[in-house]
Design a protein. Structure first.
Length: 281
């Protein structure tokens, strides 16, 4: 089944937040995404190991940290020490579990001849922790799938009340203009003029996403209007539709993504982006 490109790109962004994408294989097929052979068999390999329970917890913990490091943590900007995000709870409880499991190992060795009463208590504590890990991991992945739609209501009614579509559009105009300026800059470069728009959109998305995560940049008025404090990949792609690629008779080869990213990083420093977004420097 084919789905619209915008929906497809939105879904790709959602999948980046999922801890166990193997569990949503049908969704991966919709966006033509596949795992490498190693990733595809990872859960099966763990199930066939001598300690599948601990192996599963380690996998969830590793992937939770990877999602956080990649900047795809849901509600990271709203989280606090007292009210951590779902992903934060997964990470915290995974760390607790590993410490408890180590304690259990020592206790089993020490008290097995005495009936293992303390060890059994520790098992009960670990089971409770595992429950919390599973609960919040499932909650995180459910939100990753539905957040694009449910968070829109939260954003409108709670965090960012709007006065209408025109007001929001005007507020994000500086961002849209900057994206178009970046695109024209790339297409004016002869060696980069044959850059595919999807590749260009991805490069611009990465640059703006990185910018928004540094210092207080996420609080820039034109970025606050976006849930992730920077435009989504699909939004950038929609803006690029109005940009015309040059008609090159020689048709230079398509550049690499790294070449496009380097050109953007060189031309658009943090200070220049701030200036373009009409922010006080």
């Amino acid at each position: 089944m084919k789905i619209p490109l915008k929906v497809k790109m939105n879904r790709v962004d959602d999948i980046k937040r999922i801890l166990l994408p193997e569990m949503v294989s049908e969704m991966l097929k919709l966006v033509d995404d596949t795992f490498s052979e190693e990733e595809q068999n990872q859960l099966d390999l763990i199930k066939g190991s001598d300690a599948p329970g601990i192996g599963f917890i380690k996998l969830v913990g590793t992937r939770a940290n990877e999602v956080r490091s990649s900047g795809n943590e849901l509600y990271a900007d709203r989280a606090s020490k007292h009210q951590p995000s779902q992903l934060g709870l997964v990470i915290d409880n995974t760390n607790i579990f590993m410490r408890q499991a180590e304690t259990l190992h020592h206790q089993l060795t020490a008290v097995i001849k005495e009936g293992g009463v303390e060890a059994l208590k520790q098992v009960d504590i670990i089971i409770e922790t595992v429950f919390h890990i599973g609960y919040y991991a499932g909650s995180n992945d459910s939100l990753a799938i539905t957040d694009r739609y449910t968070n829109a209501g939260y954003t409108t009614k709670v965090t960012q009340p709007q006065r209408g579509g025109q007001s929001k559009a005007k507020a994000i105009d500086p961002v849209k203009q900057l994206v178009c300026e970046m695109a024209n800059h790339i297409y004016q470069n002869q060696s980069l003029s044959n850059t595919p728009k999807l590749m260009l959109g991805g490069a611009i998305y990465s640059l703006l996403r990185g910018f928004s995560q540094k210092g207080d940049n996420k609080n820039i008025p034109s970025l606050i209007k976006f849930v992730s404090r920077s435009p989504e990949h699909a939004t950038i792609n929609s803006w690029l539709k109005g940009i015309k690629k040059p008609n090159n008779l020689l048709q230079p080869p398509k550049p690499s993504l790294s070449a496009v990213q380097q050109a953007l990083n060189t031309a658009y420093t943090m200070q220049k982006i701030k200036s373009a977004l009409k922010c006080n420097i």
